[in-house]
Design a protein around this ligand. Structure first.
Ligand code: 26W
Length: 861
């Protein structure tokens, strides 16, 4: 029998002793082996070392004693969390190697998902779910006197993304693994992810996110496979030995990209895909050059310069700053990823003419678009291919997803900056543009204006490269992320291109992974669904939720459904009480708006509603007993340089403080704004919500994915006709969705007519009273200037027409109140929302990508 170091922490002993493994068990016998994942793959999968509670305790203690070098008694919670994670990951590792071997054997086509962001959320729970180990682990830890819940809480989530786009990438890689489709996700291992938000006097302050500070058990660094990436310098032409005129890049400096691999486990299917994130470090050559110059301190400083590239995630999620470091990040990770594909993933002597049969690079927005000239450079300059052949391959190897409609979010890079950082790429872009414009000239003779409109290079406001155009020209397909968005993308953003290439444009409506966003985050509802449907098959076949529909009319089922929601509210209230010191009533409607703070999303419209309800109490227009009790929950980070967004956050906090403490309100209205909204908090908030706020100005929200998570978890939506709201409403039915506000064409018309927010304010007495209450200093200790920027923004420009939709929004909120007054009917609607949300599984999104864009079959076992 193997002997390990254990200590009886659970028995209150401090002495460390050497005991036999079995002695570590306080209880005498376990029914082992024991199945832990009914309906899933057998947890006795021969590749997995841990099946039984004993095996888990062994594995855990080994990781603790020999991995961390501590006894149980001496171990910190972090030691325990890391040992636990490493024990759990053991059950994935053999499968991971098998998946890779199988993929290599089959030489199957794979998806290379290129994304600057992955907003992964915590890993431990997902790994437990994927392996079916939760029960065994819980029992094992219990036997050791440890609590799984407490160890879970130890994990800092990897916040390597800003919001929707990053979370979408995480959902997609989860779905592909679950569907056995070969995929490698490529991105950046930021040392600091999205900032940690705190409030000081209601004002957002940013703190660095030191997510790696306590170690990261989920990553596998491979410094021996580092890749060199070049920057700067110049180009020169030369004649090769076959007499051909060629170009070569003479770069000025370089850095290395070190790959860090992460496992992406499929849900109980024995497959594990890879997420490969690159970390920058100085090259040896780089070091030597400077060290040889004799300035040691300067040389060390230069290393820091190289490492800066993967230091921090840019916290802007709609307005690109055109910062040099951001372009360095983009080129850094795609250059590493392309080289990795060509040199490590493909077999030696692979004929690159066949590249499109082996890989499709999906461009997650324009951030990785510099990959296009990079592949051209590799094929033409380095592999000696003819331009036309290389271009034909490149066009088949890329596809582009656009995630926005805001003109300011479409990335452009100044020619000056591109030329300085990537001179060869700039030349290649010019050549792509030249050849393309010749084609356009031939198709539309004499149409100089169209030519200028379609050029990749624009001269205004400065000479720059339009990355979305480059992606559209080079990509095999261009897709939007919801039906309405794809339509607007085609007709409004890229009309010339869609007229020229009608078949290039397609839609793939976004989705969310049901594993994380219901099965893990809402265990109560998941259990109810499983009991009702008879098995857990719905977790990978979400359309099966339709089978719930008949139960919407069953009072007993509705009662159970309400109990789940009530329990989720209790859990959330408990979490917010310890996390944020927020007190939340649990017997009221939870009205939730969580998303990045942006004017187009219109958090101010929500705020105007709250202030209206409050003003009606203060002015006596409504008796406080007639106010429907509600808790308004916000979660939102603002980009650190986005002034007005930060002012709006401060105003929400100020209104919350006043309303929550005003005795006249008698606790009927509660405003809660927990700081640092992230994936972990979303997993608690969404299952507790009754009402989902999706109130962006029509035509501005590309899709939204939070909207899908709420509907799936049984919240009703109050929303505009925007993004995926449109599809949600179509699916759940008009009766089960509170629609309000202008439609996109009406928005256009209103703006064209010359929209005047002041006259809306003048003509609506309630709106006037509401805004005047803010302007009076009521929420700012009498300081009338405090929220002047927000007020004048609304009355002056109101770019996103919040005032224009105000009356309609209030009216819709009245419909909400009327519906909520009938709990049975509300539950029926909520159940129908769950039952009809199957379409929004990211598994379905993957099927659409595969059919319409990727053509990558699943690997068969
Ligand atoms: C700083 C430059 C920049 C510009 C745009 C950074 C990030 C962006 C993203 C495209 C913003 C984003 O996250 N878009 C969101 O993508 C989600 C997933 O498709 C959609 O659901 C959201 O509607 C969209 O806003």
């Amino acid at each position: 029998m193997r002997r390990i170091l254990v200590a009886g922490a659970h028995r209150g002993l401090i002495v460390v002793s050497v005991l036999a493994v079995t002695d570590a068990k306080p209880q005498s016998s376990y029914p082992s082996p024991r199945p832990t994942s009914p309906g899933g793959l057998s947890p006795y999968d021969k590749d997995a070392p841990i099946h039984t509670v004993d095996e888990f305790i062994n594995g855990f203690m080994d990781e603790l004693n020999f991995g961390r070098g501590v006894s149980l008694a001496r171990s910190s919670r972090n030691d325990q969390y890391i040992a636990l994670s490493k024990a759990v990951r053991q059950n994935l590792q053999a499968r991971w190697m098998k998946t890779l071997a199988r993929q290599y054997e089959e030489q199957a086509k794979s998806v290379a998902y290129l994304s600057a962001e992955y907003l992964l959320g915590r890993q431990l729970d997902n790994a437990l779910l994927a392996t079916g180990m939760t029960d065994v682990v819980e029992e094992g830890l219990d036997a050791l006197g440890l609590s799984l819940d407490r160890l879970r809480a130890q994990e800092t989530e990897p916040g390597l993304g800003n919001g929707g786009l990053g979370r979408l990438a995480a959902c997609f890689v989860d779905s592909l693994a679950t569907m056995s489709v070969p995929c490698i996700g490529y991105g950046i291992r930021y040392e600091y992810g999205i900032f940690r938000q705190e409030f000081e006097d209601g004002w957002q302050v940013e703190h660095s996110d030191r997510w790696l500070a306590l170690g990261n058990p989920w990553e596998f660094p491979h410094p021996e496979h580092a890749v060199t990436v070049h920057f700067g310098g110049s180009t020169e032409t030369y004649t090769d030995d076959r007499g051909r005129e060629r170009t070569r890049w003479l770069p000025a400096w370089d850095v290395q990209g070190v790959p860090y691999n992460y496992m992406v486990p499929g849900y109980r299917n024995g497959r594990v895909n890879t997420l490969r994130l690159w970390s920058a470090r100085a090259t040896r050559a780089f070091d030597l050059r400077i060290f040889n110059a004799g300035d040691y301190v300067e040389a060390v400083r230069a290393q820091t310069f190289a490492e800066n590239i993967s230091k921090v995630l840019y916290p802007e999620d709609s307005t690109p700053q055109g910062k040099e470091l951001r372009l360095q990040q983009q080129y850094f990770f795609v250059a590493c990823s392309l080289r990795d594909q060509l040199e490590n993933v493909l077999p030696k002597y692979f004929d690159l003419a066949n590249l499109p049969d082996r890989v499709i690079f999906q461009l997650n927005d324009t951030h990785p678009v510099i990959a296009i000239p990079e592949l051209m450079r590799l094929l033409v300059d380095e592999k000696g291919m003819e331009w036309d052949d290389a271009w034909a391959i490149t066009q088949k190897c890329f596809a582009y997803t656009c995630h926005t409609l805001l003109p300011e979010a479409l990335e452009v890079w100044s020619v000056e900056l591109l030329g300085k950082l990537l001179p060869r790429h700039l030349e290649i872009i010019y050549k792509i543009n030249e050849i393309f414009l010749d084609e356009v000239r031939a198709a539309y003779p004499g149409d100089e204006i169209k030519l200028r409109r379609m050029s990749i290079i624009t001269d205004h406001p400065e000479r720059s490269v339009r990355m979305a155009y480059l992606a559209t020209i080079a990509g095999s397909k261009v897709n939007g992320v919801a039906a309405l968005h794809s339509e607007l993308l085609r007709d409004k953003v890229l009309p010339d291109f869609s007229a020229y290439w009608p078949d290039k444009f397609t839609n793939v409506t976004n989705g969310i992974t049901p594993r994380r966003f219901i099965r893990l985050s809402n265990p109560g509802l998941s259990d109810l669904i499983t009991q009702t449907l008879g098995d857990e098959g719905w977790v990978t076949d979400l359309e099966r939720l339709r089978e719930l529909e008949p139960h919407a009319d069953d009072p007993a089922f509705r009662e159970k459904f309400r109990q789940v929601k009530a329990a989720n509210k209790q859990t959330l209230a408990q979490v917010l009480s310890t996390r944020d010191n927020i007190t939340l009533p649990t017997d009221v409607m939870y009205d939730v708006m969580v998303k990045r703070l942006h004017e187009y999303k219109r958090q101010t419209l929500k705020l105007l509603h709250i202030v209206t309800l409050y003003e009606q109490i203060l002015s006596g227009k409504v008796a406080v007993e007639d106010v429907m009790p509600r808790a308004f929950l916000f979660g939102a980070k603002a980009a650190p340089g986005y002034r007005i967004a930060k002012e709006i956050i401060a105003l929400i906090n100020a209104v919350g403080k006043t309303v929550n403490n005003d005795p006249q309100v008698q606790g009927r209205l509660t405003v809660a704004f927990p700081a640092n909204y992230n994936v972990t908090l979303a997993e608690r908030l969404i299952p507790a919500a009754d009402l989902s706020e999706q109130i962006s100005l029509a035509g501005k929200e590309a899709s939204g994915t939070g909207n899908m998570k709420f509907a799936l978890n049984g919240a009703l939506t109050i929303g505009t006709d925007d993004g995926a709201n449109v599809e949600i409403r179509q699916l759940v039915g008009d009766d089960n969705f509170f629609l309000f506000g202008m439609l996109e064409p009406e928005v256009e018309a209103t703006i064209a007519e010359g929209y005047s927010p002041v006259s809306v304010y003048e003509n609506n007495p309630q709106l006037k009273a509401t805004i005047d209450l803010i302007a009076s200093g009521h929420f700012s200790d009498g300081d009338r200037n405090r929220f002047e920027p927000v007020i004048s923004n609304l009355l002056g420009e109101d770019r996103f027409l919040a005032l224009a939709d105000y009356a309609a929004y209030l009216e819709a909120q009245q419909r909400v109140e009327a519906a909520y007054a009938d709990p049975d009917d509300w539950s029926r609607k909520a159940i129908l929302n769950v039952a009809r949300s199957g379409f929004f599984s990211s598994d379905r999104s993957m099927v659409d990508y595969i059919d319409r864009i990727w053509h990558t079959p699943a690997i068969t076992q």
